[in-house]
Ligand binder design. Structure first.
Ligand code: PMV
Length: 338
C-alpha cells in the first residue's frame, strides 16, 4: 500500500504505569489496564515516496498542520519509529506523514497513545508488513517500542491489559473483554487546555530514584487483579475504588519525585472533591481518575452519564466535557488527510 490512513483511539488507564524497567525498550514496571475511548481519536496518513525526505506534520484540535519538530521528545520518537519500521521492511523509501487529533494534546488525555499507535499501524501498512498488522500481539509490541507503552493498549477495542513482562517478547497488550461487554462511560472533564510543563517521558525517568515508588509497586499487585475482576464482573464500585486508589498513588509518586511534578491544578482537586461529594451525599456512582495532566476523567455507567454531565457542567471550573464510551481499537479508514 503506498498511501494508507489509520484511525486510532486514546485510552484511559484504570491501573496506570509510571516508570520503565527498560527505557530503551519502554517496558513498564507493572501491568496496566485501560478502557479504549470512543471519541478521542487520531487520524494519520502515511504515503511512501521515492524522492525527498521523511516529513511529519501534526494538527491538534482547532489548529493548523505544523511540522513536528525533530528536536522535541515526541519528534525524536516519531522519526525513530519511521526508521525502525523501514528497516524491518528492508526498504529505502521515504515517507510523507500527516496526523490530526480531535482533542487537546499534552493535557492528560493520552494523545501519545492515539498518536503513536496510529503512526505505527499506518507505517506498518505503508511498508507492506501485513502479517504484523494482522497479529495484534506483535503490533502492540511494535507500538510499545515507539516510546509510549500506553499506546500499545490502543490496538484493541474495549478493555485492555498491557502485560508488562521482562523483555521485548513478553511485553505486549491483550484484550480483557470487548467493548460491548459493559456500558461504561468516561466523561473527560476539561478544566485546562494548557500543555503540561513536564512531559510524561521525563516523569517516567524520575521514578527509579523515588523511595515511594517501590511502595507503589508492592501495594499495587493486588489492585491489578481487583481491577481486572471488576471489569469482568461489571462491578463499578470495585473498579472505582481501586482506580481512584491507583490514581492517587501514581500522583503521590509524581509529587514526591526529584524535582517534584504537580500535574493537578486547583480545579482538578475541586472536581475530584465534587465527585466524592456526589457519591457520598447523592448516592451517584461516579469515580475520578487522572493521567499526566490536570483534566479529570469521570467514570460512570451510561444510564447515569447525562445526569452527572449536567451536574458537572454547572461548575465554574469546568470548560467542557468530552463524552466517551468503550471504543473501537485502531483501524484502517478511507479518508486520507492529503
Ligand atoms: O505511555 P506514556 O508515555 O504516554 O505514559 C502514560 C502514562 C499514564 O497515562 C499516566 C498512565 C497510563 O498507563 O496510561
Amino acid at each position: 500500500m503506498n498511501k494508507v490512513t489509520v484511525q486510532s483511539p486514546s485510552n484511559i488507564a484504570f491501573i496506570k504505569y509510571w516508570g520503565y524497567i527498560d527505557d530503551e525498550l519502554y517496558i513498564p514496571h507493572n501491568n496496566n489496564i485501560s478502557m479504549t475511548l470512543s471519541n478521542c481519536l487520531t487520524i494519520t496518513t502515511v504515503e511512501r515516496i521515492k524522492d525527498g525526505e521523511d516529513s511529519i506534520e501534526v494538527k491538534f484540535e482547532n489548529s493548523h498542520f505544523v511540522p513536528l519538530d525533530r528536536n522535541t521528545i515526541k519528534g525524536k520518537k516519531a522519526y525513530e519509529q519511521i526508521d525502525r519500521i523501514r528497516n524491518l521492511a528492508g526498504s529505502n523509501d521515504k515517507v510523507k506523514i500527516k496526523s490530526s487529533n480531535n482533542f487537546p494534546a499534552d493535557a492528560g488525555i493520552a494523545s501519545s497513545a492515539s498518536g503513536f499507535s496510529a503512526l505505527t499501524a499506518a507505517l506498518v501498512l505503508a511498508f507492506d508488513l501485513k502479517d504484523t498488522f494482522a497479529d495484534k500481539k506483535e503490533l502492540s509490541k511494535l507500538v510499545r517500542l515507539s516510546g509510549s507503552a500506553s499506546a500499545a493498549r490502543s490496538v484493541y477495542d474495549g478493555f485492555v491489559e498491557l502485560n508488562a513482562g521482562k523483555n521485548h517478547e513478553d511485553s505486549y497488550a491483550v484484550q480483557i473483554v470487548k467493548k460491548d461487554h459493559w456500558d461504561l462511560v468516561d466523561l473527560v472533564v476539561i478544566v485546562s487546555q494548557n500543555k503540561k510543563t513536564t512531559s510524561t517521558s521525563e516523569g517516567h525517568q524520575r521514578t527509579n530514584e523515588n523511595p515511594y515508588f517501590q511502595t507503589r509497586l508492592t501495594e499495587m499487585q493486588n489492585r491489578i487483579n481487583f481491577v481486572r475482576e471488576a471489569i469482568q464482573n461489571k462491578d463499578l464500585e470495585k473498579l472505582g475504588k481501586y482506580n481512584e486508589q491507583d490514581t492517587i498513588s501514581m500522583h503521590a509518586v509524581t509529587m514526591t519525585s526529584e524535582p517534584p511534578i504537580f500535574y493537578w491544578d486547583p480545579e482538578t482537586l475541586t472536581v475530584m472533591k465534587e465527585i466524592m461529594r456526589l457519591r457520598e451525599k447523592n448516592n451517584v456512582l461516579a469515580y475520578f481518575t487522572i493521567d499526566a495532566g490536570p483534566n479529570v476523567h469521570v467514570i460512570c455507567e451510561k444510564k447515569d452519564a447525562i445526569t452527572i454531565q449536567n451536574k458537572l457542567e454547572q461548575m465554574k471550573e469546568v470548560q467542557r466535557i468530552i463524552y466517551n464510551e468503550a471504543g473501537e481499537g485502531l483501524k484502517i479508514i478511507n479518508n486520507h488527510l492529503f
